[in-house]
Design a protein around this ligand. Structure first.
Ligand code: ASP
Length: 304
């Protein structure tokens, strides 16, 4: 069974943007499915699908990444394949055009699983991965908006500000991207993000933490999105895989793991048979699934 599911981030999307997001997500899913049909691996499918999303400034990953509070991009990405086991994650890179490709490189060309910062960027240069200025006008504008709120004293202390902002403006956390694909033999999951707005320089979210934002094991894989701190607290994707492996339907498992957190969050997941799980507690989490003999296309997370 060939199948792929992709998401564009849990949060509060504006209605005109959600339509565009679904269009791009369909393109990404179709590209991934075509790769599987042509005999490519789920790892190839996930990498290429996520690259489509990283290259679109609509999403908070690659070009268009959220900025840390000092105005710099610090992108995280992770790719995990169950069989053969591959784990690659990159933390805090700022000039790599496609962090998901660097995560794959770490999984396949080094003896490590996780690399960060300058060392990871150096590896990207050695392998001649394309570089890019990923700071978009949109991300600069949003950062300025947040800073203005802080200057105007709309929030009292830093942690309170963050908590309040998360509650009132879940759209600040919109746009991380993820994909999970299967060719019926193995499952690969990948996630890529610019992180959250207002993050302190050096903050690491759930995306590059295996078992938190990204996981694949025993024929099941998942990618999570939302406020990383909440996803880390419940190791959301690992828990999803465990539940599905113990016999729960992916849809039920997705709901169960998202309900473990009070933070805004969402998840997509797949098993080897192409059974899909999607759930979010945010108003939106645009996602597209394509799979099965009839290449059925399903859209999720576009109605509040
Ligand atoms: N989970 C990501 C993070 O906390 C953000 C997101 O999914 O929008 O870094």
């Amino acid at each position: 069974m060939l199948a792929i599911v992709v998401h564009g981030g849990a949060g509060r999307w504006k209605s005109e943007k959600i339509e565009k997001a679904i269009e791009v997500l369909k393109l990404a899913a179709q590209k991934g499915l075509k790769i599987l049909e042509d005999g490519g691996s789920p790892v190839d499918a996930v990498e290429e699908a996520i690259k489509v999303l990283e290259d679109d400034p609509l999403f908070n990953a690659g070009t268009g990444s959220s900025l840390s509070i000092d105005g710099k991009p610090e992108m995280d990405a992770c790719i995990i394949n169950d069989d053969p086991l591959k784990i690659g994650a990159v933390i805090g890179v700022s000039s790599v055009k496609n962090p998901i490709s660097l995560a794959r490189l770490i999984a396949e060309k080094t003896s490590h699983h996780i690399m960060y910062g300058e060392g990871a960027e150096r590896l990207a240069r050695i392998f001649e991965l394309p570089e890019a200025n990923v700071v978009s006008d949109r991300s600069l504008k949003r950062l300025e908006e947040v800073k203005r709120k802080i200057r105007d004293g709309e929030f009292e202390s830093f942690m309170e500000k963050t908590a309040k902002l998360i509650k009132e403006h879940p759209e600040m956390f919109v746009g991380t991207v993820g994909a999970v694909a299967t060719d019926g033999k193995s499952v690969c999951a990948g996630t890529s993000t610019g992180g959250t707005y207002l993050k302190l320089p050096g903050r690491v979210g759930d995306t590059p933490i295996p078992g938190a934002g990204t996981w694949a094991e025993g024929g099941v894989g998942a990618s999570a999105t939302g406020v990383g701190e909440g996803i880390i607290q419940v190791l959301m994707t690992k828990r999803f895989c465990d539940l599905v492996l113990s016999g729960m339907k992916p849809m039920d498992a997705a709901k169960e793991v998202v309900n473990l957190t009070h933070y805004p969050a969402g998840i997509i997941g797949l098993d080897l048979n192409g059974n899909v799980g999607v759930y979010h507690n945010t108003p939106y989490m645009p996602a597209v699934y394509i799979g099965g003999k009839n290449k059925e296309v399903k859209e999720y997370g576009i109605h509040p």
